[in-house]
Unconditional design. Sequence first.
Length: 638
Amino acid sequence: MVASQNQLDSGLPTINVSGGFAPLGSTSNLPQGRITNTYEIYDNMSLIAPFGASKHSWRWGAHVRREDARRFLDGSARGQFSFSNFADFAAGRVNSATLLFGSTLAYWQRYPWDLYWQDTYKVKDNLTLNYGVRYEYPSAIHQVRNQATNFIPGVGPVLLGSDKLLAIDTTKSGPASLFLKQAPFTLSDSGVNVDKNNVAPVLGFAYTPRFAKSFFGDDSTVIRGGFRMGYDEIFNNIPANMALNAPFNLTTTQLAGTTQPSKFPWAVGLNQNVPLVKNIGKPNQVGLVGFSAEDPNLPSAYIYQYSLGIQRRLGSAFSLEADYQGSNGHNLGLFVDQNQPSVVVNDPTKRGNQAPNLEVFPYPFFGSVGTGKDIGNSNYNGMVVTGTYQGRHGVYFEGSYTFGKSLDYGSAFFGSTGERAGLDDAKNMRADRGPSSFDLRHHAVFTYVIDLPVGPGHRLLGWNNGVNRQVFGGWQISGITTIQSGTSFTVFNNSADFSGFNQFNDRPDVVGSGPLRQDNGNPDAAFDTTYFSKTPPTGRVGNSGRNQYYGPNLSNYNFALAKVFPLGTERVRLRFRADFFNLFNHTNFANPVANQSSGNFGKITATVGSAVATAVGTTAGVVGGGPRVIQGALRVEF
């Protein structure tokens, strides 16, 4: 392809070299672009004392939406190339290569709607109930011009809105080998069946006990509890990626040891005019053409959330609250490769894709079939203790401590900080159950706002004159202090396909004894790398679990100084504010490098919020923790 013919897709390929080297070229999902339009009609109504029931208050409403999207995603159009080490890169020995050619432009549309009803029932002046129900129709996103293909389990790639099944003629090469034949059914223009039973109840209560006043006080205690069920819509990129499939465009992948006998030159990865099926007639027959698919019977993800807590007022200014919070997520999104091979291990000292070991693919005419499926679940349990002080002299303080634990099979469709995308072994989901990538066992937050007792109205410098009011009056300090334990990470090795599962998500075995020895205060040796086998095992996932290890703790102190200057009248004021993020410039380390193939394996090479950490995702969430930043502002209020 001549660059002048398609300047958008021209440029340096995405190049990854194992061993801790920075990638070259753009990310693998560029270039891309989209135009979206959303049209909404909604109405919410309320009725107090319906039908004369004075203790009830109703709310209900409906919401209808239309979404249009024009989208292209030419990721891999420039090519993706990976190398096992720098020596291979220098010599041009490619380990894996992916190339896309053709148009990915597609037009999508859907019509979701929902409605709800809720009642607030004041049973007594000290007991209130809230209950209701909600129904959601997610509406599957459908192809307006039928330019997409879904890979149907047990059948193969079927074009949306048709009864055409894509097949490959092994006597031909490249795109010319693709042809269509009769499918056993007609696939809808969405490629999936819509989940229509999304009914979600909600129930809550607030109760003020009026017995045992020596313990509960005189109307000084509130007990609250609740339960709700909620649904989540599919991430639109999952169905929209069906437009990245043949025959509308062609994505081919070459893998050393799978589609190629060994590492190969650049030209092999850039050439699609080759036979699209390798090892024909042999047990390890495999195709070059990959697909992005969606489970045709994809159910809606849903969650159960529940809580129970008690709040007690102690005196006139202080309150203490303790809450249990829990949730269970079901039908959560995970990527599964429908064409993950079974591995026959004949020599465990060799990788799974190396002879005499054998990969047997369930769909031997095709390559990887990355499929979005809602098969995961999650579980969270936590206890939150909160103390609040609201003083009479401009002093406010709130402190909270959370002790919790979150478990799941995968924290996001496309992976997240500290973990890889997709299951390591689709046939052994249990091996991927572990702490969530956002799991924080300990999390404390302290917030304060203090009006400084200086200036008019106070004993210190309290003269009530113009100069004193402008210089000393109206000063306020505030801040947020966050202290939390580290986030989880997974030790893995993506330099080669060790297991033979064709996922490059392999984890090693634990060969050390006891728990992993860690020293997160030592960036040069954050954990003992000899605790793990040098490479992952063959034909299985290593027994080093997903997200079993935790990175450095985080401490962050944000501080603000503010003052209001009256400007002649009470209605016009000048507000000054200075914010100090990470006041003490405390160094918060990011998680250590967990990739065995990196030269920095076991080392900490970035701080939270640094340029490097931001590029790969920080470990601190929304609390910040990067280097100190000072920000000033002046605002006129009237």
